[in-house]
Design a protein around this ligand. Structure first.
Ligand SMILES: Nc1nc2c(c(=O)[nH]1)N[C@H]1C(S)=C(S)[C@@H](COP(=O)(O)OP(=O)(O)OC[C@H]3O[C@@H](n4cnc5c(=O)[nH]c(N)nc54)[C@H](O)[C@@H]3O)O[C@H]1N2
Ligand SMILES: Nc1nc2c(c(=O)[nH]1)N[C@H]1C(S)=C(S)[C@@H](COP(=O)(O)OP(=O)(O)OC[C@H]3O[C@@H](n4cnc5c(=O)[nH]c(N)nc54)[C@H](O)[C@@H]3O)O[C@H]1N2
Ligand code: SF4
Ligand SMILES: [Mo]
Length: 751
């Protein structure tokens, strides 16, 4: 296929990954990054402005301290905020680096073609760039209907553009945080309990007696308040059980580390369920009162013994029994952590179901030290006319597939953009806001084909990330420390809200997302949907409905409200109606049975690595968030590249040395663009290798991140799709090592 649009590497015409200790955060927060260029300054000379962090999706509330010259000197957690309790993680403190990164996008850019036919980006005025996008939106609406304009979004910028698209007539949106992240968890917990676990997850870690982490690497995955509560729980003597093929930071703090063979977790979970039922260790009163389907479950797991699971998982039967009994001893103050990035092997909703069923048997849903009932504040919408009804939405791409998807599926959006898939409803143009699709979407060839197929792409970003190379128009968004944004309202133990306001004026010619969306809206004749001059008017109006004001929130940043929905926990024997088909917690899912899915989870065997190949698994480093921080001046100082973790046995076999650079090649002959250093360590099983996600950037304009480390995404060409909700299982990929530069080899062959 001919590439209509070249990938442009923007040029305008003119401490070890796992080394962070829980204590670092548990006591006083991570050390501050003070400005390097300015001298020391005392707090009295600084003005604090409230914000909430955008470096990850935990959205910790914070104060940005600004000096007399208008420089942000530090960002510090808000003490009244339940997401952070006054302590930010290393990424949050380093967030100020997003403002002062000199590689930032500085002006709008428009793709143009030189006389010789090559493409480049030229600087444009806001007016020209906004007109270009608005004109294209008008054209698409006339030619194909507004639904053909799709939106990929993540984080707060997405909200403003979602509003714009709804006003324009489209509900064709998808975000990687669903099908590439936590989607299977939503379907699993909703079908079992009729409720979601939310974000922050409603895990009562501070009061737990036993925390079970199944591939959830808290500590490296820096979910701030959870990491703090885990540190307290460890101090209070809670039993920690970690199931991970890798000796993670959490495993290092655990009483039991179960180094499971990857892809076999469902077998372990079913064996645990077997032990609880057949040793009579489950919470009989709770199960009797609140659940549906124990008899089916009992029969189903009859032969799923620890001995059966041992052959599959490589975990000793006695260890399976011991850990099941430890959970039962602690019940109901036990948490089977629901995890978050759960798109692993394509049967992920069923693994989530097994975790939810185990939770129910232990009687810990709705109990102190288990999972509590969260409550949020409902922020009223600023008045605007009704949105027009689209003729079709993201649901129609799926055409009946993935019946339990609750949000747009990103891979389906890509297929809907490619004519040869012949979808009835097709996308012709995209807006992309706050997501770096080339690094976050598996199956890169599919992404490229989709980007080549659509007529137009507009990208809003703060940085010249990989995605911007595919754009026709690029908008430089102001960073979160330079803008007003939507009021944060996330369910928690106590309902609460947080304000984000600008600490400084936007640098360069960047503008806030709300402003960009409004400007496009005005050009489309949608003024009534954007009936304000400044977003602070929207926020003030909303805050007044909530009994406060912008003035008050500027002083406090976070406001808490009393609960209205009742206590955090179920009372003993209290009646409770679950929002499921049977009104009970469904050990047997009626909904799944109706849709032809297994009503109780089954273990299915997944492909194993071929000879000389190893399973690629990946995760997080405490000082980085995906690909968004790799160029951050503060955070790249802490960790500038990723490495590939290799077991010593494997290193011996291949003659690999610590620090040696290798290229990785996967089962489909995809090769990493850049080499990556080997880290020889006992902390990974011999059948797998491990990488931190977010490195291997290909845009030269990222002066610190370009070519540093390798991208796991390039090795993820095989995707195991979850039939229930469309999740993209990414851990069925196998890699081998190339010790010579493959580009040199190619040159030699040609010569
Ligand atoms: N291979 C692989 N793929 C994965 C994962 C993995 O571990 N490995 N993880 C998956 C998971 S769990 C998730 S949630 C997704 C995340 O996927 P993405 O949402 O794509 O995450 P990032 O890579 O951080 O990309 C965020 C983009 O937003 C930009 N940005 C940051 N702040 C702002 C802002 O204020 N305004 C605007 N407009 N842009 C901003 C950044 O510069 C960057 O380009 O990826 C998924 N994909
Ligand atoms: N510092 C930091 N924190 C983050 C993020 C970040 O980018 N940086 N991203 C945030 C986001 S959006 C998300 S979704 C979460 C993701 O964080 P988590 O939900 O914790 O998810 P994963 O990335 O899937 O977890 C990776 C762990 O799973 C293990 N693993 C791999 N294969 C298997 C297997 O087959 N079985 C088992 N039991 N374990 C396995 C890996 O060894 C690794 O330790 O992190 C969040 N927190
Ligand atoms: S956990 Fe860290 S990066 Fe995420 S919002 Fe909180 S401070 Fe920011
Ligand atoms: Mo995620």
């Amino acid at each position: 296929m001919k590439t209509r649009r070249d990938f442009i590497k923007i040029s305008t015409a003119g401490a070890g990954a796992a080394a962070i200790s829980f204590k670092a955060l548990g006591s006083k927060g991570f050390g501050l990054f003070e400005s390097k260029t300015e001298g020391p300054v005392s707090d009295e000379d600084l003005t604090p402005y409230p914000t909430y962090c955008e470096v990850c999706f935990w959205k910790c509330a914070a104060w940005a301290y600004v000096d007399k010259n208008g420089t942000i000197r530090k960002v510090v957690g808000n003490k009244n905020d339940p997401h952070c309790n006054g302590r930010l993680c290393p990424r949050g403190t380093g967030g100020v680096g997003m403002v002062y990164d000199e590689d930032r996008l500085k002006t709008p850019l428009i793709r143009d073609t030189r006389k010789d036919g090559t493409q480049y980006f030229r600087e444009a005025t806001w007016d020209e760039a906004l007109n270009k996008v608005a004109d294209k939106m008008k054209e698409v609406k006339e030619k194909y209907g507004p639904e053909a304009f799709g939106l990929f979004n993540h984080g707060t910028p997405g909200g403003h553009f979602h509003h714009l698209l709804r006003a324009y007539g489209s509900e064709s949106n998808a975000e990687p945080a669903f099908a590439n992240c936590r989607g299977p968890r939503s379907s699993a917990y909703f079908s079992t309990f009729g409720a979601y676990v939310g974000s922050p997850e409603c895990t009562d870690i501070r009061d737990t007696k036993c925390l079970v982490l199944i591939g959830s690497h808290l500590g490296e995955n820096m979910h701030n308040s959870q990491v703090q509560e885990m540190s307290d729980a460890i101090d209070n003597g809670a039993t920690i059980i970690t199931v991970d093929p890798r000796f993670s930071t959490a495993a290092a703090h655990s009483n039991h580390w179960l180094p499971i063979k990857p892809s076999t977790d469902i077998a372990l979970l079913m064996a645990w369920i077997h032990v609880l039922i057949y040793e009579g260790l489950y919470d009989k009163d709770y199960v009797e009162q609140y659940t549906f389907g124990l008899d089916y479950l009992k029969d189903h797991v009859k032969n799923m013994t620890p001995e059966w699971a041992y052959g599959i998982t490589t975990i000793e039967p006695e260890e399976i029994r011991r850990t099941a009994r430890a959970m039962a001893d602690a019940a109901p103050a036990v948490i089977i952590h629901p995890g978050r990035h759960v798109v692993w092997y394509g049967d992920d909703t069923q693994r989530g179901r097994a975790m939810a069923i185990l939770t129910a048997l232990l009687g810990s849903w709705g109990k102190r030290g288990g999972l509590y009932f969260p409550e949020g504040v409902s922020v009223p919408a600023y008045p605007h006319p009704h949105f027009p009804e689209p003729k079709w939405t993201w649901k129609d791409w799926n055409a009946g597939r993935y019946p339990l998807a609750t949000m747009g599926i990103t891979t389906e959006a890509l297929k809907a953009s490619i004519p040869r898939y012949n979808y009835k409803h097709q996308l012709k143009a995209w807006l992309v806001a706050g997501t770096n699709l080339p690094l976050s979407m598996p199956d890169k060839p599919l992404f490229k084909e989709a980007a080549d197929s659509v007529e137009f792409i507009a990208v809003m970003d703060t940085m010249p990330m990989d995605i911007t190379g595919y754009a026709d128009v690029i908008f430089p968004e102001a960073t979160y420390l330079e803008r007003y944004d939507v009021i944060r309202s996330a369910a928690n133990r106590e309902p609460n809200i947080a304000l984000r306001m600008p600490a400084i004026e936007p640098k360069y010619d960047s503008k806030p997302g709300w402003w960009i969306a409004k400007q496009i809206g005005e050009r489309l004749g949608l003024h009534d949907y954007f009936n304000y001059d400044d977003y602070s008017e929207v926020i003030d109006w909303q805050l007044k409905q909530l009994g406060t004001s912008l003035e008050e929130m500027k002083k406090i940043g976070v406001k808490k409200y009393p609960r209205k929905t009742g206590p955090l926990y179920l009372g003993d024997g209290e009646d409770y109606d679950f929002n499921t088909t049977t009104g009970k917690i469904e050990l047997y899912s009626v909904d799944f049975a109706d849709h032809g899915f297994d009503p109780i989870p089954n273990y299915t065997k997944h492909p194993e690595p071929p000879q000389n190949f190893y399973r690629l698994i990946y995760g997080r480093a405490p000082m980085h968030t995906f690909s968004r921080t790799s160029n951050n001046p503060h955070l790249s100082d802490l960790m500038s590249e990723n490495s590939v973790w290799v077991n010593p046995k494997v290193a011996d076999l291949w003659g690999l040395k610590n620090g040696q650079e290798v290229w990785l090649k996967n089962q489909d002959d995809a090769i990493t663009s850049f080499p990556v250093k080997v880290r020889v360590t006992e902390r990974i099983r011999w059948d797998s290798v491990y990488m931190v996600h977010g490195f291997g950037h290909k845009n030269k304009k990222l002066s610190r991140a370009f070519g540093k480390g390798a991208a796991d995404t390039e090795m993820i060409t095989n995707v195991a799709v979850d039939p229930i909700m469309g999740g993209t299982g990414m851990r069925g990929n196998f890699i081998t090592f190339l010790t010579e530069d493959p580009a040199l080899e190619e040159k030699e062959v040609k010569a």
